[in-house]
Design a protein around this ligand. Sequence first.
Ligand code: F6R
Length: 608
Amino acid sequence: MCGIIAAASNRNVGKLLVQGLHKMEYRGYDSAGIALHQLDKIAHLRTLGKVKLLEDKMIQEKPKSKLGIAHTRWATHGEPSEENAHPHKSNERVYIVHNGIIENYLELKDYLKKEGYSFTSQTDSELIAHLLDFYLNKDKTMIDSMYMTLDKLEGAYAIAAIDKEDNKNIVVARNKSPLLIGLGTDEFLAASDPLAISQLTNEFIFLEDGDVAQISADDYVIFDESKNPVDREITKIDISNQATSKGDYKHFMEKEIYEQPQAILNTIDGRVGGDDVLDNIFGLGSSELFEKVKRVQIVACGTSLHAGRVAANWFSAISELPTQIDYASEYRYRNPHVDENSLLVTISQSGETADTLAALRYAKEKEYISTLTICNVPTSSLARESDYSIFTNAGPEIGVASTKAFTTQLAALMLLALSLAKSRDKNPKLRTRVVTAMRSLSDTVQETLKLRDVILEIAPEIASKDNALFLGRGIFYPIAKEGALKLKEISYIHAEAYPAGELKHGPLALIDEDMPVIALAPESEIAEKLVSNLEEVKARGGTLYVFSDPSISMDLKAGRLINMPKCDFLLTPIIYTIPLQILSYEVALLRGTDIDQPRNLAKSVTVE
Ligand code: F6R
């Protein structure tokens, strides 16, 4: 992960670099640093902890500079510390920031030690500075030195480097980690994410793997992996300030929960007609392709994987297609057999998750009929490398815990289930029913948000416990898993999810008065069986919090029965997600955790 930013300008860049780091803190926030060229020397500031601490140091020291690089870190090699924070330097001459992992770092470290270099950090990144210095000392230019360095590196990287002997240029390079150039006014910038520099420009060039580029205040030049100068397309993206600020909300997570009605509208907008999904919404020729699909393979991670688990049910019920689903981190290692006419579907908010990207690249070597991604970032690697795509249009999601990205992924996956069904001529009446229900989905989500008052009453009871169990059946089991993930990642309460029928096969032993059990009980053909499962919990003294359809009656000794708004059964997983998000948020608030940036995590997981 980590976020890198670089700026070459005709004005002071310290402030804009730190502002950029703030916007990339979702990529990691255990330490931060900056290197600023000051003609005769380079000012080098690093702090352990969040970007705010670096900012405070900058306010004290007021370093002035028109050329600099900066970094916010998520530790991979070496603990979070000032020594391990970037930028790393070599011989007080070369300073670099790096995002990614250098796999052959031990071998390269040995080599550099033999050449007389000593290391001051435990990172895999420091060696990049030494290698650049090594080649610069052989009278190579920074661009040549960068190519020679890249020749030695195995792994993933986005790098920005400056040289004390050159106060005009920054050299950057990319391989399998995101990096783009921003075209500002009287300045050029580079960053891991357009968000970081969106207040400075709306024109970006997304570098490709193997690219090396040089930026100065007046110009930029890009070379491909064979060192030929190349023109890369300029992409215009407008990211409004409103989308990237908290507004009146306490946390980004809270804001993003409340943005869901609009986000879902944005996902559906222009993609459904009167009584069916529109053709080719996944790209030109996608409807024709879908006619041939016989099987679906989903790969994703975390919350996105939970969305995939719900969708696997929809593909079966609506599109009549068998679906296999894998953790992206596991998929490549099980030697997957690919049936004829299988479609590979990746799901990702960021589109940069290393495991998911690696799974896509692996799948492209296999006999899939095509690859398709459900993604929130149109400019991401996943979006660019997939044959077909649909964007969830949820707007930037900044809170580390995914909320609106998940519900919009579900909406987009429902569009995929409908499109596959339409091309395969399956279930026309059901399609019309679902499309009709989708049109009022945003209103139902809005109504569901009103449950916050009830949730405020139960949150203290959960916040005082160390464990929680989430139960759901069928299509609601992945929602129970998502509820448990949300609770554990932001409140640090240990939470697990089970299909309710599995309880009696072991986990029931955990039930006592200290184990709150949160259950999802919509009206369904197995509602009665679920109620019996919940009775088993009640009989053993467990406290139940049941989110249920008003038609379900239960006499709870302790806990709470919470009535959910009505909605078409196939869309209810989206509705039942909302109170679980609010519950996690309120519980975390009571426990005083860092909700938007929970410990040990980062939003964009760009390491495998
Ligand atoms: C949890 C969460 C993560 C992500 C996962 C995949 O709240 O956000 O589990 O879902 O890291 O990220 P994306 O969707 O960007 O591929």
